[in-house]
Write a protein of this length. Structure first.
Length: 157
């Protein structure tokens, strides 16, 4: 009887460790899915803008905003950054590089993009909100980030 009583704290410790490992695995998988769910489309949207030609993309954005109430100094710098931001943020999300900061910056980028789409009354604003929800969820669960370059670099140091 005494041996069993002595083992109970050990059993609780092992059970807690297994539960923590399971929780970390689930958080890591949720973070991975969120990163990929936002990163893959961002990367390919950005690459598509470069393929269509940077000047063509800027012409498209200029045509969209020319009749809006927003002055050009408010949207033109953002237009220049969009393709580069999409490729950079998308690649960093897919790789899991600087994950928390990348997810935070992606969220800010998506808020700005949503604002611009609402200003010109584009229904695509709803789609960007979905990506924003995914990015927010991935940021929320990013403490478990086992499948990333961050984790690989952390384990080597």
């Amino acid at each position: 009887m005494a041996a069993t009583a002595e083992r109970i704290p050990y059993i609780r410790e092992v059970t807690k460790t297994v539960a923590d490992t399971d929780r970390e695995m689930r958080l890591s998988l949720v973070t991975l899915l969120g990163r990929l769910g936002v990163g893959v489309p961002l990367l390919f949207f950005g690459v598509g803008k470069f393929i269509m030609g940077y000047p063509n993309f800027l012409g498209y954005i200029t045509g969209m905003f020319k009749d809006s109430w927003l002055p050009s100094f408010a949207w033109l710098p953002f237009a220049y950054v969009i393709p580069v931001a999409e490729v950079g943020l998308g690649a960093a999300l897919i790789l899991g590089l600087f994950t928390r900061w990348t997810l935070f910056l992606t969220g800010l980028y998506l808020v700005g993009l949503t604002f611009g789409l609402v200003v010109v009354m584009k229904p695509e604003a709803a789609q960007t909100l979905i990506y924003l929800i995914l990015a927010t969820g991935a940021l929320w669960t990013s403490e478990g980030n086992r499948f990333s370059l961050d984790a690989l670099l952390k384990s080597k140091s």
